[in-house]
Design a protein around this ligand. Structure first.
Ligand SMILES: NCc1[nH]cc(CCC(=O)O)c1CC(=O)O
Length: 319
C-alpha cells in the first residue's frame, strides 16, 4: 500500500516557499513519504501586502494554524521567531530542526560595512530590537546613523537600498541564506553588538496535537540542542511579557565543541529604540536537561533584567 502524501501548508512568500520546500525534502528523505505543498490563501480578497500591514506575521501564523485545525493540511513550517510564545494545546511543536545562522546582517550600498557607513546614513529596519541595538552601537562608536522604519518582504527591503532610498537595511542572515541571497550581505553583525530575536534562524514544524503518529514521525527532524536553546530564549521573552515585536533580543549558545557540549550561555537585551538605554545581561550554567529547566533559565534571566528596569523600556510598539 502506498501511503498518501503528507500535506504541508505554506504561505506563498519566497521565504515561506523556500523553508517549506527544504523541510518537505527532509521529511521525504527521513520518512520515505511523499509530501505535497498546499498554498494557504485565506482572507478572501485582502491582499497579502494589506494583510501584513493589518496584523504582521501573526496573521499568517494564524491562517496556517486554522488550516491545521480544520484538517486541510497535515503540518506547517513557521519561522520560530514569528511564533507567539504561548503554545496552543491543540497544536504540537513536533520538531525544531537545527538552527541556521541566528545573526543579523547588513545589506548596504557600495559594499559598505556598518562601521564605514557615512555620517547620517539611513538604515532601514522595522524592528524595535534592531533599532535599539544599532543606535546603541552607533552611540558607543561615535557613528551618526538614522534608523528608518520600513516593512515588507526581503525583496522589498533590499530594493530600498538598490533604489538609493536607503543606505542600508538590516535583515536576518537565515532568511537570506534560505532564499539563496547570501551574496547580498555586506556585513555580518556580531551577536556581541546585536543580539538576534528569540528563536531567530530556527524553524518550527507544527501539526495537530491529536495527530500523535505524525508528531512522532516529524520528530525525526528535531535538533535537541536547538530546541533547548530556543526554549530558554522564548521563555525569557514570555517572562518579560513581551511579544515578537518588542525590543527584546536573546541568544542561547552552547559552549564546548560539537561532540561534548558543556554549558549553555543565555544572553538577553531590552532597550529603547533610540539606543540611549539598554539592559543587557547574561547567565551561564549547565545545559538544561529538561524543557522545564530551559524555561526556568529564561525566567531567571528575565527576573534579573526586570530588576534592572527592563519593563520600563518595553513600552514602544513596532510599526
Ligand atoms: N520578521 C520577518 C522574518 N521572519 C523570519 C525571518 C527570517 C529569519 C528567521 O528565520 O529567523 C524574517 C526576515 C528577517 O527578519 O530578516
Amino acid at each position: 500500500m502506498t501511503e498518501r502524501a503528507l500535506r504541508l501548508g505554506t504561505r506563498r512568500s519566497m521565504l515561506a516557499m523556500a523553508q517549506s520546500g527544504q523541510v518537505a525534502q527532509e521529511v521525504r528523505r527521513l520518512t520515505g513519504r511523499p509530501v505535497e505543498l498546499v498554498e494557504i490563501t485565506t482572507y478572501g480578497d485582502i491582499s497579502r501586502e494589506q494583510l501584513a500591514q493589518i496584523g504582521g506575521t501573526g496573521v499568517f501564523v494564524a491562517a496556517l494554524r486554522e488550516a491545521l485545525l480544520r484538517g486541510e493540511v497535515d503540518f506547517a513550517v513557521h519561522s520560530l521567531k514569528d511564533l507567539p510564545t504561548g503554545q496552543p494545546d491543540e497544536l504540537a511543536l513536533a520538531a525544531i530542526p537545527r538552527r541556521e545562522d541566528p545573526r543579523d546582517v547588513l545589506v548596504a550600498r557600495d559594499g559598505l560595512t556598518f562601521d564605514r557607513l557615512p555620517d547620517g546614513a539611513r538604515v532601514g529596519t522595522g524592528s524595535p530590537r534592531r533599532m535599539a541595538q544599532l543606535n546603541a552601537y552607533a552611540r558607543a562608536h561615535g557613528l551618526r546613523i538614522e534608523t528608518v522604519p520600513i516593512r515588507g518582504n526581503i525583496d522589498t527591503r533590499i530594493g530600498y537600498v538598490r533604489s538609493g532610498k536607503l543606505d542600508a537595511v538590516v535583515l536576518a542572515a537565515a532568511g537570506l541564506n534560505r532564499i539563496g541571497r547570501a551574496d547580498e550581505v555586506t556585513d555580518v553583525l556580531s551577536v556581541d553588538s546585536v543580539l538576534p530575536a528569540p528563536g531567530q534562524g530556527a524553524l518550527a514544524i507544527e501539526c495537530a496535537a491529536a495527530d500523535a503518529d505524525l508528531a512522532a514521525t516529524l520528530g525525526a527532524l528535531d535538533d535537541p540542542h536547538t530546541r533547548v536553546a530556543v526554549t530558554a530564549e522564548r521563555s525569557l521573552l514570555a517572562a518579560l511579557e513581551a511579544g515578537c515585536s518588542a525590543p527584546v533580543g536573546a541568544l542561547a549558545d552552547l559552549l564546548g565543541d560539537e561532540e561534548v557540549v558543556t554549558e549553555m550561555r543565555l544572553r538577553g537585551v531590552v532597550g529603547t529604540t533610540d539606543g540611549s538605554t539598554l539592559v543587557q545581561l547574561s547567565t551561564t550554567g549547565p545545559v538544561p536537561t529538561s524543557h522545564g529547566d530551559a524555561i526556568a533559565l529564561g525566567r531567571e534571566l528575565a527576573s534579573e533584567m526586570l530588576a534592572k528596569g527592563a519593563a520600563g523600556l518595553m513600552g514602544e510598539r513596532a510599526l
